[in-house]
Ligand binder design. Structure first.
Ligand code: GAR
Length: 230
């Protein structure tokens, strides 16, 4: 390990999943670099059949558990068990990665500005489900994905990073989802690194809106025009 890597403070991250866990896998892969400012110490799935569980175990995540929401009488009961697992693993930051349960204000308040989510759309457009089918039905020419801090309203919260992709005339929800997912795997590790290293802070703009400010952020003049030919 290089001296620079040895001096990095690695925040302890827990990931909540419900499915295949490809975003989780992207975070685990990024955290394999000792210079990455976070380590993945815990993965919790609300479904026992989530494909991501085997990936997390194979990657050596120390604390991989199922908390089945169906065996808990209320949402709060479910979340208290999840919370206990996160605390047992000493988690400092929580990343939702294809976690398909709504979280209550109780849980969200406990993780204020330490709880992030990835959503397969350019928020605030296309909150909720079936984002790609809805975008295609609207005929939009650019789609994308967003990593944001979580607030109690669904798919709302200060935006940390976004990526955009072109929409093609022959796209199906599946082909568009695949193009967006490739970008999800790029921006989620980048967003988590910024949160874990303290490079981002949530500020208020002049109108009182919550916005993320990123230390040393650079935005190029590059643009994505779609379609760009002929
Ligand atoms: C990802 O596209 C993620 O953005 C989306 O589910 C997929 C999970 O894939 N999340 C949501 O729709 C949350 N509202 P993964 O399990 O392979 O990461």
């Amino acid at each position: 390990m290089s001296p620079a890597a040895a001096s990095v403070t690695r925040r302890r991250v827990g990931i909540l999943i419900s499915g295949g866990g490809s975003n989780m896998a992207a975070l685990i892969a990024a955290a394999q670099d000792p210079a990455y400012p976070a380590e993945i110490v815990c993965v919790v799935s609300n479904r026992a059949d989530a494909g991501g569980l085997a990936k997390a175990r194979a990657a050596g995540v120390p604390h991989v558990v199922v908390v089945d929401h169906r065996t808990h009488p209320t949402r709060e009961d479910f979340e208290r068990t999840v919370q206990a697992e996160l605390e047992a693993a000493g988690v400092e930051i929580v990343a939702l990665a294809g976690f398909m349960r709504l979280l209550t204000p109780w849980f969200i308040a406990r993780w204020h500005d330490r709880l992030i989510n990835i959503h397969p759309a350019l928020l605030p457009s296309y909150k909720g489900l079936h984002t790609h089918a809805r975008a295609l039905a609207d005929g939009v020419k650019i789609a994308g994905c967003t990593v944001h801090f979580v607030r109690p309203e669904m798919d709302v919260g200060p935006i940390i990073v976004q990526a955009a992709v072109p929409v093609r005339d022959d796209d199906t929800p599946e082909t568009l989802a695949a193009r967006v997912l490739t970008q999800e795997h790029r921006i989620y590790p980048s967003a988590l690194a910024r949160v874990a290293s303290g490079a981002v802070r949530v500020a208020r703009d002049g109108d009182g809106n919550e916005v993320v400010r990123t230390e040393g952020a650079v935005a190029t003049e590059a643009s994505l025009i779609s379609p760009d030919r002929p």
